[in-house]
Ligand binder design. Structure first.
Ligand code: NPW
Ligand code: K
Length: 245
């Protein structure tokens, strides 16, 4: 009988979601992660749309691995974190998942890469709804099996304002599996300080590297498990933060 050899996985060498070896990178501040994105775009000529595509596609794969069944509702905000949500929806749809995007702002108020991906989602006739009141959000979330938080990311500052606070409050009341994209909405990426209504994630899928705010004991229960998704930023650019393997 053939017995497959047992190959020890080196514990000092982390793996990415596909089981390939992945670089380990120090936690980054808001300023550092924004500078990485900016340099990738301006110095390397990688378009923001490509970075967003990599982010959204990687996140969709991790969602599929961790919450493989049921209705997915993706809450989207006005910025690029919301833009990621439209990419995630497109890829989950390709995986034949039942997926709805719920934007808490009018689609016309989006700009740049987020507007581009929202337009693609609409042209592709994905299920995109606008819900700008607590009642409307509630009506979309009450029977969701999985809620994906693409409300706010690294661009958020201060306590949650307006409809964002309502959306998180409603999401936290449901029995759905909650997955945060990049950072749970309501948590400060640098200090870890959390709004009383911070999105309570069972899984946080974060891009490029963990964020400094994720290091604190108090933030662990809001983050859940953490998966880091690379977005195609070259190793050279990340070199100052790569940990020895
Ligand atoms: N190319 C890239 O850079 C890539 C970025 N990527 C993704 O983009 C994310 C960063 O996107 P971003 O910078 O657009 O900010 P984001 O967090 O979506 O929010 C901006 C909006 O928030 C609002 N707002 C702020 N604070 C608030 C509060 N307390 N309560 C309520 N609202 C508040 C603020 O509103 P304003 O005050 O301006 O009216 C503004 O409209 C990042 O986390 C990652 O997911 C990936 O796709 C990879 C490539
Ligand atoms: K988020």
């Amino acid at each position: 009988m053939f017995v497959a050899p047992i190959i020890d996985k080196p514990t000092h060498f982390p793996q990415n979601m596909f089981g390939h070896p992945a670089m380990k990178i120090k936690s980054l501040s808001r300023e550092q992660v924004r500078s990485v994105d900016q340099q990738a775009i301006e110095d390397y000529g990688i378009s923001g749309l490509v970075l967003m595509e990599n982010a959204g596609r990687g996140a969709a794969d991790v969602i599929q691995q961790n919450a493989a069944t049921g209705r997915v509702v993706i809450l989207c905000g006005k910025g690029n974190n919301g833009g990621d949500g439209y990419v995630i929806a497109r890829h989950l749809d390709l995986m034949e998942r039942q997926v709805r995007v719920v934007s808490v702002v009018e689609i016309e108020s989006l700009s740049g890469d987020a507007a581009a991906n929202a337009a693609i989602a609409q042209k592709a006739e994905l299920d995109v709804q606008v819900a700008t009141s607590a009642e409307a959000i509630e009506s979309h979330l009450h029977d969701a099996d999985v809620i994906v938080d693409c409300l706010l990311g690294t661009g958020a500052t201060g306590p949650l304002r307006g409809i964002y606070a309502d959306a998180v409050k409603i999401a936290n009341r449901t029995k759905a599996t909650r997955i945060a994209i990049d950072v749970p909405t309501g948590m400060d990426v640098d200090s870890g300080e959390a709004d009383p209504h911070t999105f309570q994630a069972e899984l946080t899928i974060t891009f490029v590297a963990k964020k400094i705010g994720f290091e604190f004991d108090e933030t662990q229960s809001l983050l859940g498990d953490i998966e880091v998704v690379p977005i195609g930023v070259p190793r050279k650019l990340l070199r100052p933060w790569v940990l020895p393997s």
